[in-house]
Design a binder for this molecule. Structure first.
Ligand code: DX5
Ligand code: ZN
Length: 216
């Protein structure tokens, strides 16, 4: 499978959100990556339902919603109704991950689990066949524009082996500090979905940067 590119709107120009969404629609990007932060699970607050509802009206591509919130079970149904196609929850935020992932799937969305940099991929051994996607955080979540953590590359390689050995069809997504320099190594390590915020939206020509991330 050719890898996917998911621009993170966290780095978009919120005063011109409609224009940014249209750019992503026009581009070779595959998904919209939406970062929801509650100020508790991560030391930052981003946006919630009213904004996502508007994004969903304009977006012509699937919405990949990354929940950086505690106890996400409370809101899963509402995110699905608001237009989320992929819903990812943090391993560190779920007491009953199996239940949460099956709740997401039962709503007809793809179920993702996210690992913080300190969480080992080996912890997914008994759940890997219940997930559609594993999102590896390659920065500590909460902010765009941070430095890529190199240890993420061997971690992705270990995750790829785990997925292959288990026969799971889970996709590997990476999020945080992704740029044109590390993207080829990430793809070689087994990544299926590249998330990029700052690299795309701070570049002179975001549409062209998306094209270059796709061409890796
Ligand atoms: C960070 C978010 C990321 C963020 C990535 O907590 O999950 O999606 O927007 O931004 P960059 O690509 O700038 O590191
Ligand atoms: Zn994210």
């Amino acid at each position: 499978m050719n890898h996917l590119v998911a621009p993170s709107l966290l780095s978009a120009d919120f005063l011109n959100l409609e224009r940014e969404i249209e750019m992503v629609n026009r581009s070779q990007a595959d998904w919209f990556h939406l970062d929801v932060m509650d100020g508790v699970f991560v030391p930052n607050i981003s946006f919630g339902f009213p904004v996502i509802e508007k994004i969903a009206k304009k977006a012509a591509k699937p919405l990949d919603v990354h929940l950086m919130i505690t106890d996400p079970d409370r809101f899963i149904e509402r995110f699905r109704k608001t237009g989320a196609d992929v819903i990812s929850v943090h391993y560190e935020a779920c007491n009953h991950l199996h239940r949460t992932l099956h709740a997401i799937r039962s709503l007809g969305a793809k179920a993702g689990v996210v690992l913080n940099p300190h969480t080992s991929v080996e912890l997914l051994k008994d759940i890997i066949c219940d997930v559609d996607l594993v999102l590896i955080m390659s920065v500590n979540p909460g902010f765009g524009g941070q430095k890529f953590i190199e240890q993420s590359i061997p971690k992705i390689e270990r995750l790829k082996s785990l997925i292959t050995a288990s026969g799971s069809g889970a996709l590997i997504e990476v999020d945080g500090g992704v740029d044109l320099q590390n993207a080829p190594r990430l793809i070689a390590a087994g990544v299926d979905v590249l998330v990029a915020g700052n690299t795309i939206f701070s570049s002179a020509d975001p549409e062209n940067t998306i094209q270059r991330l796709k061409a890796v």
